[in-house]
Design a protein around this ligand. Structure first.
Ligand SMILES: Nc1ncnc2c1ncn2[C@@H]1O[C@H](COP(=O)(O)OP(=O)(O)OP(=O)(O)O)[C@@H](O)[C@H]1O
Length: 302
């Protein structure tokens, strides 16, 4: 069986006033239908632009070369109208910041029903019923009373759930989630990760999850791909990469990861105030999200 997604020797350049930026180099990977892949790497390693390229969303001054085949069809060089048809039904993306993705002047219900009406031709009333179902599926409590609310009336986590509802509205075969939990606090993050895992499982949907955190990758994806400076330095089954990281960069990422620390005493002491130390805060987030916490919640859900 051929893979759902095949990326071959992908290269992305940005032609800027200060010269060309080689954002992605020689990236190749495949993803089977229903499988999950995490793309991990530090800021600027090319994770986001790689995923935007999958959806044909790299605009000038970006230039994409190489091959991207989704469901047997080439993405690179395809017309904008073809790409628009593919987005939503084939692949859909959830971005980091839900406020950027939602239109503040329309209720969440009208944004959801609009997608359904325009893309599937559902009459207004049925689209609203479907929108309510989708809101329920993503864990919005009492959707009848929330459907006419505006994005600002929802919390960050709930807004991200609405974005996920919009992304799955057309039953995509591949959902790409680009750091969808970065802006959220730990409990809310765990809820979103749990939701993505459940949706993927229930719908048999493939998932690409972008994160800078290897421990989070391990929570959501069967396979992992590690990027460094625009290139893939390592890829494989997530557990194998954890057990036996081959590339020095992956080894360094793992060695530095606070979720490896078993007790608070194992952490590198940071001699500054808890509340103002961003690194420590990030470490705390990562630890709280460590596997046992989320697994317990997933077990509790199922
Ligand atoms: N529109 C653009 N113009 C110029 N350079 C860009 C543009 N978009 C991205 N880049 C460059 O491409 C490289 C990869 O960026 P990308 O956003 O994919 O990184 P990332 O791994 O997703 O980082 P982050 O985790 O911070 O989102 C960076 O060097 C970035 O500066």
């Amino acid at each position: 069986m051929s893979p759902l997604l095949h990326v071959g020797d992908l290269e992305i350049d940005f032609h800027t006033v200060s010269g060309p930026v080689a954002a992605v180099r020689g990236v190749s990977f495949t993803l089977d239908a229903g499988d999950s892949l995490a793309i991990v790497g530090e800021s600027g390693s090319g994770k986001t632009v790689t995923n935007r390229a999958l959806l044909g969303l790299v605009d000038a001054p970006g230039e994409v070369r190489g091959s991207i085949r989704f469901d047997g069809t080439d993405v690179v060089g395809r017309s904008e109208s073809d790409l628009r048809k593919m987005r939503g039904t084939g692949m859909a993306m959830v971005f980091q910041d839900s406020l950027d993705s939602l239109n503040p002047v329309f209720s969440v219900g009208s944004q959801l029903t609009e997608i359904l009406r325009v893309r599937t031709g559902l009459p207004r009333r049925q689209a609203r019923t479907r929108a309510l179902e989708l809101m329920t599926q993503v864990g919005i409590v009492d959707p009848e009373n929330r459907i006419d609310d505006y994005p600002h009336q929802f919390s960050g986590g709930m807004r991200q759930r609405i974005c996920i509802a919009m992304a799955i509205a057309l039953n995509p075969r591949l959902l790409i989630a680009d750091e969808p939990t970065t802006a959220l606090d730990v409990t809310v993050q765990a809820g979103i990760l749990r939701l993505l895992r459940r949706l993927q499982d229930e719908r048999g949907m493939a998932l690409i999850f972008v994160t800078h955190d290897l421990a989070v990758a391990r929570l959501v994806a069967r396979r992992v791909l590690v990027m460094y400076q625009g290139r893939i330095v390592e890829q494989g089954v997530t557990e194998d990469v954890f057990r036996d990281p081959r590339h020095p960069y992956t080894q360094a990422l793992l060695a530095a990861h606070p979720a490896r620390a078993r007790t608070w005493r194992d952490l590198t002491p940071i001699p500054t105030d808890f509340a103002t130390e961003p690194d420590l805060e990030a470490q705390l987030l990562e630890i709280t999200l460590s596997r046992s916490v989320l697994d317990k919640e997933v077990a509790h859900d199922s």
